[in-house]
Design a protein around this ligand. Structure first.
Ligand code: HPA
Length: 274
């Protein structure tokens, strides 16, 4: 099955490279409501996921479902507007597929963003958190199955899944722009139901600072591919049970909307420096 995967990645990559002369150096995956970063990309070539061989199609509200290639802050980039989540029914290997394609078309760095619930009670909605590390609580791994050495080693190292160097760069950019970042551990769950208060208490004991339903499959595949990764979460709500109120996707979208310009400013500020 994975023998096929390398061929599929190549087919998707060839299709994309046939549409643009730009060879991206940086891959960007923007979470809910943040695809608007695409509006800042110059000379953009826009390719609907549906047109790319073997690409899954995104279904969740707030995700456009297209790949954009162009220049951002002077650097060639490839941006995913909308990502694939396991809760949509995709396997973890499919959620990771676009990362492999990004690598195949030239990207050696990956910037991932997401919206996440604050598990750490010192956090507030609207905080931005550098992901220092993650806990894969999704019950699966995108590398399960026969390994294709063409894509990476059988047992990839995960001792620094999020680059310390890039985190330091990001902290510097934020400081320069006049705000500070939280830094913590992201725990990924399958979803799509939000967590119960008991689950959140458990996650806090396990060492998690923020919880979300994405990112880890992509980051595992990126590490497998030898990419350097930076991850940033927007704390869009306090996790279940912390405040006396229910959680909703509307709250997630509203908070993301509120801090969007700061979030996008940070990502744009990073691009020339990484
Ligand atoms: N839990 C899981 N995923 C999320 C949350 C949350 O509280 N907020 C945004 N994505």
């Amino acid at each position: 099955m994975n023998m096929l995967k390398a061929a599929q990645v190549r087919e998707a990559a060839d299709y994309i490279l046939g549409k643009t002369g730009i060879k991206p150096e940086i891959g960007l995956i923007m979470g809910s409501g943040l695809g608007i970063l695409g509006d800042h990309i110059e000379n953009a070539v826009v390719i609907p996921y549906a047109d790319i061989p073997h690409f899954p199609i995104s279904t969740v509200e707030g995700h456009a479902g297209e790949l954009m290639i162009g220049t951002l802050a002077g650097r060639p980039v490839v941006l995913m507007r909308g990502r694939f989540h396991m809760y949509e029914g995709y396997g973890p290997d499919l959620t990771a597929f676009p990362v492999r394609v990004m690598k195949a078309i030239g990207a050696s760095k990956l910037v991932v963003t997401n919206a996440a619930g604050g598990v750490n009670t010192n956090y507030s909605p609207g905080d931005l958190m550098l992901i220092a590390d993650h806990i894969n609580f999704q019950g699966h791994n995108p590398l399960v199955g026969p390994n294709d050495e063409e894509l990476g080693v059988r047992f990839p190292d995960m001792s620094q899944p999020y680059s310390k160097r890039l985190r330091e760069v990001a902290a510097g950019v934020a400081k320069e722009q006049g705000f500070s970042l939280q830094e913590g551990v992201y725990i990924a769950v399958l979803g799509p139901s939000y967590e119960t208060p008991a689950e959140i208490r458990m996650m806090r004991v396990l060492g998690a600072d923020a919880v979300g339903m994405s990112t880890v499959s992509e980051v595992i595949a990126a590490n497998h591919s030898g990419m350097e990764v930076i991850g940033i979460s927007c704390i869009s709500n306090m996790a279940s049970g912390i405040l006396d109120q229910p959680l909703s996707h509307n709250e997630v979208m509203e908070t993301t909307e509120r801090v969007k310009s700061r979030f996008l400013g940070l990502v744009k500020g990073l691009i020339p420096l990484i």
